[in-house]
Design a binder for this molecule. Structure first.
Ligand SMILES: Cc1cc2nc3c(=O)[nH]c(=O)nc-3n(C[C@H](O)[C@H](O)[C@H](O)COP(=O)(O)OP(=O)(O)OC[C@H]3O[C@@H](n4cnc5c(N)ncnc54)[C@H](O)[C@@H]3O)c2cc1C
Length: 492
């Protein structure tokens, strides 16, 4: 259908995957050159896991960060969060390469937010998520979750502004990269894909790989790299990862064992044994939510995801529900936190994942915990939180006097497989490398990657809000580069 060998037309830019990384690349490629831009998408509907994103996208500094003028700590927070992968890396060159990627991510975050708001996306509400030393995760003020808002806006703009040059082909799986020569590293010249009807087709042009992570590939890549995680539920759509397509042309992988367990997936009381779970968005804790085990707090809820997950998994496991390993921890939002997160809360209540109850209906241990916590929040008489929490979001219960009639929201949560930090090695130009981190860089001509399919940016732990950001930052870089390559005639 798309054969263009011997055609006088300009080479197309080929983007594999229609999540936020793919759409950011497509939009930028459309505006960077005159080539047609194809998005090839395996699923029937576009958007990938990006569509599900619920807490927001990081940016610093931005006009919406009222309290944090000149927030320069984003880079440092990201370095700290990357943990041992960065600090104890095999060589100083490898560390320097990771630092360069983090520098690009954080320094381009202001532009990423400007880019999205310029498309009409509302990102005016800013929350502080776990592991961040400032509020810098942006979402809209209305009820539309950030993933839906951002993906829909970009898709609409690609269609409206790209016109005939923009082609979105769904139900089509890219299975192979075409190479331009016999030897490894000679360059990628296009893709081979299978259509919905089962036909095998080829398309030639520079390629941006934006196929997402493998947290939903329970029996494939996840089992290969982290067999110990079998039995945990996940937030990701069940789907195979396709990193092997990239390694087949010489791409290197990094950090594949670094898999993020998100501490809070909702256990649906109607279906506690379901493997695919709704995420209890991190902003619920950011806006003031707390975690309780048998009525007591056990962790600073704003620690990194890794630490909060470890704290939960250090508690006794609940009895097995089906084949799943789960825990029995309560998420509780007081009236202040629930109000600040109302858009999310009303949805979760409607889904039956959160329940509204009165304070007087809670058990005595929980009520005492809330009273003690309120004293720490108010800071009266120098009281501080014994778990080390310093930012309390919009918590208000008990701060100006106790109210037994106040309404709180409670739900059960458990840790879930959520995000894969590892992936293909790229450089600051989003070029896929056939060299390991820290070695002399060998970019594979004609091949770029962006989003969760890449590795090396987040190290051991991704900060909440930084995945949508990497999709926009590296998606835009790759789109621009691939458009320039298509204009030059590519490696085809
Ligand atoms: C429930 C949930 C909530 C989240 N909330 C946040 C948040 O608030 N903030 C944040 O920063 N991050 C969040 N994340 C993480 C973030 O959404 C993802 O990491 C990010 O969106 C990944 O984007 P992507 O474009 O790389 O991949 P995806 O959005 O997953 O898109 C990849 C696409 O590629 C397609 N594809 C795969 N293989 C092929 C193939 N061989 N051929 C053709 N197509 C293919 C897939 O079908 C998919 O549509 C959340 C994730 C989940 C699951």
């Amino acid at each position: 259908m798309f054969h263009n060998a011997h055609s006088p037309k300009p080479l197309p830019v080929i983007i594999v995957g229609s999540g936020l990384a793919g759409l950011s690349a497509a939009y930028t490629a459309l505006h960077s050159g005159t080539s047609p831009v194809y998005i090839l998408e395996r699923a029937v509907k576009p958007g990938g896991n990006s569509f599900k994103a619920s807490s927001g996208i990081n940016g610093a500094p931005t006009p919406f960060q009222h309290a944090a003028s000149g927030d320069g700590a984003f880079y440092d927070d990201t370095i700290r969060s990357a943990g041992r992968r960065l600090a104890g890396g095999p060589s100083s060159e490898a560390r320097a390469q990771r630092e360069r990627l983090i520098r690009v991510l954080t320094e381009r975050s202001t532009r990423a937010i400007d880019f999205l708001t310029g498309l009409g996306v509302d990102l005016s509400v800013v929350t502080q998520l776990g592991g961040h030393s400032n509020a810098r995760t942006h979402r809209g003020a209305g009820k539309t979750p950030p993933g839906v808002a951002i993906v829909s806006a970009l898709l609409e703009k690609c269609k409206a502004e790209g016109g005939e040059r923009f082609k979105l082909v769904t139900g089509c799986e890219v299975r192979k990269l075409l190479t331009s020569g016999e030897k490894e590293n000679e360059g990628v010249a296009g893709v081979e894909y299978q259509t919905e009807g089962g036909e095998v087709e080829t398309l030639k042009g520079p390629v941006v790989f934006a196929t997402g992570g493998f947290a939903g590939d329970t029996h494939g890549l996840l089992a290969r790299y982290r067999p110990d995680l079998s039995g945990l539920p996940s937030t990701n759509e069940p789907r195979p990862g396709c990193h092997d397509v990239l390694t087949a042309v010489g791409a290197r992988l990094v950090d594949m064992e670094s898999v993020q367990i998100h501490p809070t997936g909702f256990v649906d009381p109607q279906n506690p044994g379901a493997r695919l779970k709704f995420l209890a968005a991190e902003m619920l804790r950011g806006e003031g939510g707390i975690l309780l085990y048998k009525g007591k707090r056990f962790v600073n809820e704003l620690e990194t995801r890794e630490r909060v997950s470890e704290a939960i998994m250090g508690l006794p496991e609940a009895e097995r529900e089906g084949e799943l390993r789960q825990w029995d921890v309560q998420l509780l939002l007081d009236p202040g936190a629930a109000k600040a997160a109302e858009g999310h809360v009303s949805f979760y209540v409607w889904k039956g994942l959160l329940k509204r109850v009165k304070v007087k209906d809670l058990d005595e241990t929980t009520r005492q915990t809330l009273k003690d916590y309120a004293e720490a929040v108010s800071g009266k008489e120098g009281k501080v939180d014994g778990k080390g929490r310093r930012a309390f979001g919009h918590w208000s219960l008990g701060v100006e006097g106790w109210d037994d009639e106040a309404g709180v929201c409670v739900g059960r949560i458990t840790p879930i497989v959520h995000f894969t930090m590892g992936g293909v090695v790229i450089n600051e130009h989003a070029q896929v490398l056939s060299s390991d981190l820290g070695q002399d860089q060998r970019p594979i001509p004609g091949l770029w990657a962006a989003g969760e399919v890449t590795g090396g940016i987040h190290g051991d732990n991704r900060l909440g809000g930084s995945s949508l950001l990497e999709c926009v930052v590296f998606g835009r870089i790759s789109g621009e580069q691939a458009a320039a390559d298509a204009a030059r005639g590519g490696a085809a």
